[in-house]
Design a protein around this ligand. Structure first.
Ligand code: NAD
Length: 269
């Protein structure tokens, strides 16, 4: 909810498109932007009835308008249509959060070529296509916030994540280019770089580790954290939502081209 002691929210009446927001971090970002007054376009895969329940709950809870776009982030034409539909429905896209992401873990020489292509498409190219489609409207209105969900893996590498690490490093690079190109247009572009967040994407990795090591899920979870993250605790999706909202405030108007770790000390090492 908007805090009345802090004045009018920057996002009241504005519109946010959040890709990959039917689950995990994207859903938390969509909810946080809606709580601050933004109309939101939800996107991602999942059970139709469950997505409709999530969409309706955001409208009811925060009194904003919502729309669900089923656009597949591997398909540039569907991405362009998602942005065009959002603009036609709400009058513009003010906040674009490129968050959809997938993962596959394997050594480089065993990495399936089709998984490489899919990860680059969803985790990197989709952001390019969405930014390309949303920028003209942001420039016309002289205001925009672009937030890319990168990762600690946008800043440092881990074994067996060739496509993911390449895509996230690429996304941090794209963030910097867009920041420079839009520096005098009232637009900022930043990347958020989470460490471990307990979402379905990470639950799959924990389950695979547990199976491979013959461990319990709890033991695999502890081992996963201990390997990378000095703070042996997951970041909550809501904390990432709060950071996204901060990047949309007037206080953050000159923060651009930054890649913000929110990673329990992972990349401080
Ligand atoms: P998640 O699996 O819970 O959510 C991923 C979302 O992306 C879902 O809504 C899914 O439907 C959507 N998606 C996947 N493929 C898509 C496609 N082709 N088109 C449209 N939507 C698609 O995962 P999450 O952990 O919430 O991940 C969200 C983002 O955060 C990803 O970019 C991920 O790389 C990043 N991230 C996650 C962690 C973590 O620890 N969970 C850490 C750093 C970065």
């Amino acid at each position: 909810m908007t805090d009345p002691t802090k004045g009018a929210s920057m996002l009241q009446g504005k519109t946010a498109v959040v890709t990959g927001s039917t689950s995990g971090i994207g859903l938390a970002i969509a909810r946080a932007l809606a709580a601050d007054g933004a109309n939101v376009v939800i996107n991602g895969f999942g059970d139709k009835a469950e997505i409709e329940r999530l969409r309706a709950a955001i409208e009811a809870e925060y009194g904003v308008k919502t729309l669900y776009s089923p656009a597949d982030m591997t398909k540039p034409s569907e991405i362009a249509r998602m942005i065009a539909t959002a603009e036609a429905t709400f009058g513009g896209v003010d906040v674009l959060v490129n968050n959809a992401g997938i993962q596959h873990v394997a050594p480089v020489e065993a990495f399936p070529a089709e998984m490489w292509d899919a990860i680059i498409a969803v985790n990197l190219s989709a952001a390019f296509h969405a930014i390309r489609a949303a920028l003209p409207g942001m420039k016309r209105r002289k205001w925009g916030r672009i937030i890319n969900t990168a990762s600690a893996h946008g800043l440092v590498a881990s074994a067996h994540k060739a496509a993911y690490v390449a895509a996230k490093h690429g996304l941090v690079g794209l963030t910097k280019v867009v920041a420079i190109e839009t520096a005098n247009d009232g637009i900022t572009c930043n990347a958020i770089c989470p460490g471990w967040v307990l979402t379905p994407l990470v639950e799959q990795q924990i389950a695979a580790r547990a199976a491979a090591a013959g461990q319990t899920v709890e033991a695999a979870q502890t081992a996963l954290l201990a390997e990378k993250q000095p703070m042996l605790a997951f970041t909550r999706p809501e904390s990432i939502g709060a950071l996204a909202v901060f990047l949309c405030t007037e206080a953050a108007a000159t923060i651009t081209g930054a890649a913000y770790p929110i990673d329990g000390g992972w990349t401080a090492q």
